[in-house]
Design a binder for this molecule. Structure first.
Ligand code: FUB
Length: 356
């Protein structure tokens, strides 16, 4: 256990250890949480939120208990479809628009539909999703719809040149779209170090630069990359890339990009230390300078978020395991996010740990 172990099941241990701990966890007390679940009829996670046509649309993972044993690769996150939710206002009850894409309708998909995102261009809507192909390699697919809630029809093949997990699509003020993606451990980013897939994990030494998320501009058709993916380097204040051993700050998964005035904020999960961290740059390609923590660890191993401006305020969408107490059965939440005048973000602590 590392220094995070005082936060109960959010401790920095492997998925398996956490799953066992969660199974034994006492039922959560709602008073331990800053916010209550937005959806309780189904399990939802990894909420990517966007404003389309004046409404908030949320594109989460749809967690299920598929009966797959837990392991370090996250095999127990065995999701099979996506549902879309919408909100007229924060504080209201989300509308469940039902299944927007099912794995059986993605010809190349094998298993595990992980964290999706969506974008709109010229009145068409694009759902981006990571799923393992039939050879068990994560790729990123795209499905197209005529409304923000879907249904979406999957393209016959994954996006050419895509790999790993957690796509996040950002529309810049000049109308260009960029996809940020990647995730280590079960997300397989470490298997692409040489530019092509190898089934062997290759991590840098602890004192070497950490593996980076990737970014690629999208073509106007929104279904292909306009360029080869580049590294999203996160560096310290002295301009030195964060190292692989710096697991309280380095990138793990769950990329997100938002922009305030001319500053690009790249935020991400630190995975095994469970923070949502952020870094800033004057370019969508970075390098990004590490600035701090947006969200402290939540209940459950994973931490995954999105950030969106809606009706004059900024919001952080995130998840935890309040309802189930199990790390692979999560529920989405929302809370206000505040930027200070100096460009920093106020850290949110959304989980008050039980007194032991
Ligand atoms: O939901 C499955 C995976 O768990 C996501 O892709 C990761 O970001 C983590 O939240």
């Amino acid at each position: 256990m590392n220094e995070m172990s005082s936060r109960g099941i959010a401790a920095g241990a492997a998925f398996l250890v956490i799953a066992v701990a969660a199974a034994q966890a006492p039922k959560s007390d709602p008073a331990q949480f800053l916010n209550q679940p937005l959806v309780s009829e189904v399990f939802t996670a990894d909420p990517s939120a966007h404003v389309f046509n004046g409404k908030l649309y949320i594109y989460p993972s749809h967690d299920i208990d598929a009966g797959v044993p837990a392991d370090d690769l996250g095999s127990h996150f065995a999701m099979r479809d996506y549902r879309v939710f919408s909100l007229d206002k924060v504080g209201g009850k989300p509308v469940d628009h039902g299944v927007a894409l099912d794995i059986k309708d993605v010809p190349w998909a094998g298993r595990q539909m992980w964290a999706p995102d969506a974008a709109e261009r010229n009145g068409r809507y694009y759902l981006y999703f990571p799923v393992k192909d039939k050879k068990d390699v994560f790729r990123i697919g795209v499905a197209i719809g005529s409304t923000p809630a879907g249904p979406f029809k999957a393209e016959p093949q994954p996006i050419d040149g895509s790999f790993s997990i957690d796509p996040a699509v950002f529309k810049d003020s000049d109308g260009r779209f960029y996809m940020y993606f990647g995730g280590i451990w079960g997300g397989q980013l470490q298997r692409w170090a040489g530019g092509s897939y190898t089934p062997k994990d290759a991590y840098p030494a602890n004192d070497r630069p950490a593996l980076s998320a990737k970014v690629a501009r999208l073509s106007d058709n929104m279904t292909s990359f306009a360029e080869s993916p580049r590294d999203v380097v996160v560096q310290d204040e002295a301009g030195k890339p964060l190292t692989a051993g710096d697991n309280r700050r380095r990138f793990f998964e769950a990329s997100w990009l938002h922009k305030v005035k001319d500053t690009y904020y790249f935020s991400y999960s630190t995975g095994d230390t469970h923070f949502i961290a952020y870094a800033t740059s004057k370019s969508p390609y970075g390098p990004f300078t590490y600035r701090g923590t947006i969200l402290e660890p939540v209940l459950g191993w994973t931490n995954h978020h999105s950030i969106v401006e809606f009706q004059g305020k900024w919001y952080l969408f995130y998840h935890d395991a309040q309802i189930s107490g199990q790390t692979h059965l999560r529920n989405i939440k929302v809370t206000e996010l505040k930027h200070r005048d100096d460009g920093s973000i106020e850290t949110i602590d959304a989980y008050f740990e039980p007194k032991r």
